[in-house]
Design a protein around this ligand. Structure first.
Ligand SMILES: C[S@@+](CC[C@H](N)C(=O)[O-])C[C@H]1O[C@@H](n2cnc3c(N)ncnc32)[C@H](O)[C@@H]1O
Length: 248
């Protein structure tokens, strides 16, 4: 699914298109055993590829970075070129629900803040066949950090078309796919606030001046601002958890 062009105008100039941080990528990567020198890695829903480049500095392998929005991939290619990583990062414009790769070829599948688009369990099931036997999958997705979240927060998540579940329920979902859960790790607040909401709020303020007179645009900017407000108010109740899994 492609979103309205104004949606992309908000996100194209942001450092990342979802919550995350280099420290978390590095920490979670350290939970994996050493990968082969020529590891084949797939980054699904890579956006403009901040975590793709972080991964490239942590490995000697090659990364295939997939997104369905070509301008994000163009940005990633340009940044990879500047960092001298163009030989190790390849971009592919494809949909994550129909990934155009032969089964059994990746040592690692990585996806930060993107599996919600196809659904956590459905995504794990669909991507698992692409892993080599013994290969690893790492995804981050939203879950409840505390039981009994406030009604206002539940209502907002429902309006997003997606209701988180507890980490225990996420672990059950992993188990149902047959993947072995190796570890979990919660994204620190800075990954949401400093790297995502703060730049997004600055972008919203700019776009209100230039594009805010259009009611559709204004409504979208209001919705993003509300998302940041929900996090500011209720961050103890939810967040992103990384799930580190192995195909056994
Ligand atoms: C929330 S962003 C996360 C981006 C990046 N991983 C990050 O953490 O900054 C989700 C990404 O998924 C991409 N996307 C949305 N639907 C997709 C689909 N069906 N197939 C592939 N990518 C998709 C969007 O273009 C966007 O770049």
């Amino acid at each position: 699914m492609q979103l309205p062009p104004f949606f992309y105008q908000v996100f194209e100039s942001l450092p990342r298109q979802g919550p995350g941080c280099a420290g978390a990528t590095k920490k979670v990567f350290s939970l994996l055993p050493p990968l082969p020198d020529d590891a084949k890695i797939l980054d699904v829903g890579c956006g403009s590829g901040t975590q793709t480049r972080d991964l490239a500095t942590l490995t000697t392998g090659t990364i295939t970075a997939v997104d369905n929005h070509q301008p994000f991939l163009d940005m990633l290619n340009a940044r990879a070129g500047k960092a001298g990583l163009q030989g190790r990062i390849r971009t592919v414009n494809a949909s994550m629900d129909a990934l155009p790769f032969e089964p059994g070829q990746f040592d690692l599948i990585w996806s930060e803040g993107a599996i919600f688009i196809v659904g956590f369990e459905a995504g794990l099931r669909a991507w698992k066949p692409l892993l080599k036997q013994g290969g690893y999958m790492v995804v981050s997705d939203a879950d409840w950090f505390e039981p009994n979240p406030p009604a206002e927060l539940v209502k907002w998540w429902e309006s997003e078309g997606y209701l988180p579940v507890s980490e225990e329920e996420m672990k059950e979902r992993v188990k149902r796919t047959g993947l072995r859960l190796v570890a979990t790790y919660r994204l620190p607040d800075a990954g949401w606030w400093d790297n995502y909401h703060v730049p997004m709020l600055a972008r919203i303020a700019e776009l209100r001046k230039t594009h805010g007179s259009d009611p559709g645009n204004a409504a979208l900017l209001d919705a993003f601002e509300h998302e940041a407000e929900m996090f500011r108010k209720y961050k103890r109740y939810y967040g992103y958890t990384f799930f580190v899994m192995q195909k056994v």
